[in-house]
Ligand binder design. Structure first.
Ligand code: 13P
Length: 287
């Protein structure tokens, strides 16, 4: 059964480790992540962006697939199904469809509008037992070939949003989605420290987990990060393994074209990536 992410992240913050949010795109992704979490006895958060939700057919399809896998694969570790960077309308759709957690990304609104919309969604989520993440300070990344640098959140704005009763908070600290550019200056631990001082026990979320060096990840966890989002790294691992299979001509040998064979190396590569991250984040054995 899906659970909200509140308890697992409170436990993570108190225990000085982080739970990974791994974004899913299809059955192979979901199965690989769930099996790895179970094998390593780790809690896990499945992230679904609005685009990925649409790709998979819609939010009900996602909920059906995930619940079915939890049952059929006998997954007993805590699993949350979380909307990643949700719009106001998207949050309502996922609450209705049976997600166990949502993120409202109001970072592009004025702080007043972000406060108003977050307040409403905190109530809607909590009424149905879901957890809710909010964001302050937009997280950069590649858009139309231009890589935007991550903003640093204003700690007072973080405090204002934290006080609305959100369960965990994403604060921009110079992190970006996708690969980091050569001239990236690294995470702003000064900002993270200031945000944690203002928000206390609230678990903090680090987006853009792909490509952040291990020592920075570890330091961020010591400063209150309890959830780390990883997306691109699984995509790169899947693509590289699939490319290798095809380039070696394996799809042309015997029944190598069977999707269950063709997609197997990619699925294994996702498992290896998830395992590496869970070990780095310290969530192994914490279910
Ligand atoms: P990456 O794609 O950089 O790993 O970021 C994932 C993320 O933050 C999803 O919200």
């Amino acid at each position: 059964m899906l659970v909200s992410a509140t308890e697992m992240l409170k436990k993570a913050k108190a225990g000085h480790y982080a739970v990974g949010q791994f974004n899913i795109n299809n059955l192979e992704w979901t199965k690989s992540i769930l099996l790895t979490a179970q094998e390593l006895n780790s809690p896990v958060i499945l992230g679904v962006s609005e685009g990925a939700g649409k790709y998979m057919g819609g939010y009900h399809a996602v909920v059906g697939m995930v619940n079915g896998l939890l049952q059929d694969l006998n997954i007993t570790v805590p699993v949350a199904l979380h909307l990643d960077h949700g719009s106001f309308e998207g949050c309502y759709k996922c609450i209705e469809a049976g997600f166990s957690s949502i993120m409202f990304d109001g970072s592009h609104y004025s702080i007043e509008e972000n406060v108003a919309k977050t307040t409403e969604l905190v109530k809607a989520a909590h009424d149905k037992g879901l957890s809710i993440e909010a964001e302050v300070g937009s997280i950069g990344g590649e858009e139309d070939g231009v890589v935007g640098m991550g903003e640093c959140a204003d700690p007072d704005e973080c405090k204002a949003i934290a006080d609305l009763g959100v369960d965990f908070l994403a604060a921009g600290i110079g992190n970006i989605h996708g690969k980091y550019p050569e001239n990236w200056k690294g995470l702003s631990f000064e900002t993270l420290d200031a945000v944690q001082r203002k928000t206390g026990e609230l678990p903090l979320v680090l987006h853009g987990g792909t490509g952040i060096p291990a020592d920075m990840i570890k330091k961020a966890i010591t400063l209150g990060v309890a959830k780390i989002n990883v997306n691109t790294e699984c995509q790169l691992a899947f693509a590289a393994a699939t490319r290798k299979y095809v380039e070696e001509g394996k799809d042309l040998q015997g029944k190598g074209f069977d999707p269950r064979k063709l997609l197997a190396p990619g699925a294994e590569a996702i498992k290896a990536t998830v395992k590496e991250k869970m070990e780095l984040f310290g969530s192994v054995g914490q279910a």
